[in-house]
Every structure is written in structure tokens, then in C-alpha cells.
Design a protein around this ligand. Structure first.
Ligand SMILES: C[C@H](N)C(=O)N[C@@H](CCC(=O)O)C(=O)O
Ligand SMILES: [Mg+2]
Length: 370
């Protein structure tokens, strides 16, 4: 099965409630969809989110880097040579991880179609069902409490609470949420780089002294502040997780060698797709560190790839933050992974299992080669 062409489209889904973090605020999931065509008539789906404040990638940059640097190398490649294709994708240009992720996802989808097996089975097999947390956006306390109440009524039992835009208010937000929901749910915090190391130690010691028990705190400080992460990890009991600090296998090795964090958050938009996400999961196993599989604010095409990986690598990936599709008002993708509240159900269709996608908006001049 040979690659013959690549097409591009956009997919936009309104959110139930605006997604607000210390880094950005958005009201839609907007994905660039990559469709790889083959000589056997099979097509593979991949997608990338634009998260410029985290990855530096925009839809425009993803599109042009694929067309200019990566796609020319893929034409005519045999899908059965999966590792060689991933190596080509990774080496064709530095960084640009979201572009690489979208392409790798479509190639892995085709690999499953070639062998007529769902991806999680080809990756080693695992459970068809997973459970995700849900993100509570940073906002005033009343809004955050009502978002928590809605999430709990929908069956979510792990809340990923976004904070990081005001230290004192953040402490009050977490105390209020813990008081209201700490008995029924596990609470994880994501600061999205909003504090510095000393502020983090102050806030977490304060919360610990109020008996607030947190499952973990994600990326409290700037992404390049490995020393800050280590300073925090040495001083608090709450487990610390790297997100924006952990893109590459090398960074993960550095973080774990330095005992800078307890947990690694793997996301395909940071690793450049599944091949390096698998590498990172294997590295964390060597260090007996836990990992989470996460997502950007992205729809169910890309998150499907992460879900198949989470199933197959369940021994390493013990925490799941794959709530992107659940934050949208609807899922335009049929036949792939099903996202229903906290429940994620993998399909046994080949590859990612996607049958069709509604409301795809083709991009003008969005075919390569033209
Ligand atoms: C959506 C997911 N739960 C999440 O919070 N992901 C990111 C932020 C993604 C974005 O800004 O699109 C994270 O920081 O963990
Ligand atoms: Mg995060």
C-alpha cells in the first residue's frame, strides 16, 4: 500500500464552555485534518491542533511545513515500512511537532488498515475502555464550582483544575474546590507555567497545611525551568508532573535523571506523533516513573491515536487526560473512538476505526501534490 497524495481540511467544533488556562482562552476546538491517500484506495486520517503558546505551531505553519518539507519525502512510501516512514517524518525538519503528529497519526491509521486490525491491538493489545478526567477552566470561584458540579453530575471522578493566573486567588480556588468536591473526586492541578518555584512551594505547603490532598500538580513553572521543578519536587509531598517541559525523549531523560519531577505528561502534539510517544513511555518505565497521556484542546481524530496508545501501554500510562472531545458540543467523527463523558471506548475497526467525518471544510489548494 503506497502513499499517493495528501489532502488537508479544517474541522471546527464549538466548546460547551470557553477553555481558559493561564496561557490562553479559546471557544472552539480547531483541528487541521490530514488525509493520506494510497494506491489501494484506503485513506488514513490524522489531525493537529494549533497551540502556538505551547508548541509554537499554527495551522498555517503545520500546512506549509508538511507541503514544503515532509510530504515530498513520503510520496511512494510503502505503509508496511512504518518505522522508516516515521524516521523520515521526524528527520525532515526540526521541531514542528504538531505537523509530524498529524502525519504519523494518518500513517499509523493506514498501518492498521493494511493489517486489518485496530491500532491498540497492533501496538500490543489492551483494554477497549478507558476513563478520562475533565478540565475545569480557570475562572471566578463560583463559575469553577458550578463547572465542577456539572462534571460530577456527568460522572467524572477526576477533575483537572486549571489555575496559575493569580497566586492568592489560585489558593482560594483550590481550597473551595477541594471543600466542595474533594470527597467525591480526585483533584489534579494544572498551573500551565503560571507560578515560579518559590510561589509553588509556598502555595503547595499552604494547601498541604489545610489538609488539601492533591493527586498531582502539573507544570507549575516555565517550561525551561528544570531547576525550579527540582527545587519544588524536593520540598513538597504533592507529586509534580512535567508537561510543557517534556517534549522530547531527551528532555524526559534529563528530567528523570535530575529527579526534577515525579510524573511525565505525554502528548502526541509535543512528541511529534506516536513513535516518540512510545519511546517516552518506554523511557519512563526504565526510571519507574509514572506517566499521563494528555492532549491539547483537540478533537477526536488526534485523541483517538492517544487513546489507542494509552490502551496498549497501560502498564506505563497510569493517568489519562484525553478530554478534548468531551469539551466540544458534539463529535463530528463517526466510527472512531467514542467519547462519552468520562468513558472512552475504542473501536475494533482497523487503524483508528474512523468511518466518516461531518463538517470537514476542505482547504483551498489543500492537496499535495497539486
Ligand atoms: C485539554 C487538556 N485537558 C489540557 O488541559 N491540555 C493542555 C492545554 C492545551 C491547550 O491549551 O490546548 C495542558 O496544558 O495540559
Ligand atoms: Mg498541562
Amino acid at each position: 500500500m503506497k502513499i499517493t497524495a495528501i489532502r488537508f481540511a479544517k474541522l471546527k467544533v464549538p466548546l460547551v464552555t470557553p477553555f481558559k488556562t493561564a496561557l490562553r482562552e479559546v471557544s472552539f476546538i480547531e483541528d487541521l485534518v490530514v488525509i493520506i491517500e494510497t494506491d489501494k484506495g484506503e485513506i488514513g486520517y490524522g489531525a493537529a491542533a494549533s497551540t502556538p503558546v505551547i508548541t509554537g505551531d499554527t495551522h498555517q505553519s503545520i500546512l506549509s511545513v508538511i507541503k514544503q518539507f515532509i510530504a515530498p519525502k513520503l510520496l511512494g512510501m510503502e505503509i508496511e515500512n512504518l518505522n522508516q516512514i516515521c524516521q523520515l517524518i521526524q528527520s525532515s525538519v526540526v521541531a514542528n511537532y504538531s505537523a509530524k503528529a498529524a502525519l504519523e497519526l494518518a500513517v499509523y491509521d493506514l498501518w492498521g488498515k493494511l493489517y486489518q486490525a485496530p491500532l491498540y491491538k497492533l501496538l500490543g493489545g489492551g483494554s477497549k475502555t478507558l476513563r478520562t478526567d475533565i478540565t475545569i477552566s480557570v475562572d471566578n470561584i463560583d463559575k469553577m464550582l458550578s463547572d465542577c458540579a456539572l462534571a460530577v453530575s456527568q460522572g467524572f471522578d477526576i477533575l483537572k483544575v486549571k489555575i496559575g493566573n493569580d497566586l492568592q486567588q489560585d489558593i482560594e480556588r483550590v481550597k473551595a474546590i477541594y471543600q466542595g468536591f474533594g470527597q467525591q473526586t480526585q483533584i489534579r492541578l494544572d498551573v500551565n507555567q503560571g507560578w515560579d518555584a518559590k510561589q509553588t512551594v509556598f502555595a503547595l505547603q499552604k494547601l498541604e497545611s489545610h489538609n488539601v490532598e492533591l493527586e498531582l500538580v502539573e507544570q507549575p513553572v516555565k517550561s525551561d525551568d528544570f531547576k525550579g521543578l527540582k527545587y519544588i519536587t524536593e520540598r513538597v509531598n504533592t507529586p509534580i508532573m512535567a508537561d510543557e517541559s517534556a517534549f522530547s525523549p531527551k528532555q524526559v531523560i534529563q528530567l528523570l535523571e535530575q529527579n526534577a519531577v515525579d510524573i511525565i505528561n505525554i502528548k502526541v502534539m509535543k512528541t511529534g506523533g506516536l513513535s516518540r510517544a512510545i519511546e517516552i513511555a518506554n523511557i519512563t518505565a526504565q526510571y519507574q516513573a509514572q506517566c499521563m497521556i494528555g492532549c491539547m484542546l483537540e478533537g477526536s481524530i488526534a485523541v483517538a491515536g492517544a487513546a489507542h496508545l494509552a490502551s496498549a501501554k497501560a502498564q506505563q500510562i497510569s493517568k489519562i487526560d484525553l478530554d478534548g472531545p468531551a469539551l466540544g458540543q458534539y463529535d463530528p467523527v463517526q466510527g472512531g473512538v467514542e467519547f462519552n463523558g468520562p468513558a472512552i471506548t475504542l473501536s475494533d475497526g482497523p487503524g483508528l476505526g474512523i468511518k466518516s467525518i461531518d463538517t470537514l471544510q476542505p482547504i483551498n489548494d489543500g492537496v499535495w501534490p497539486l
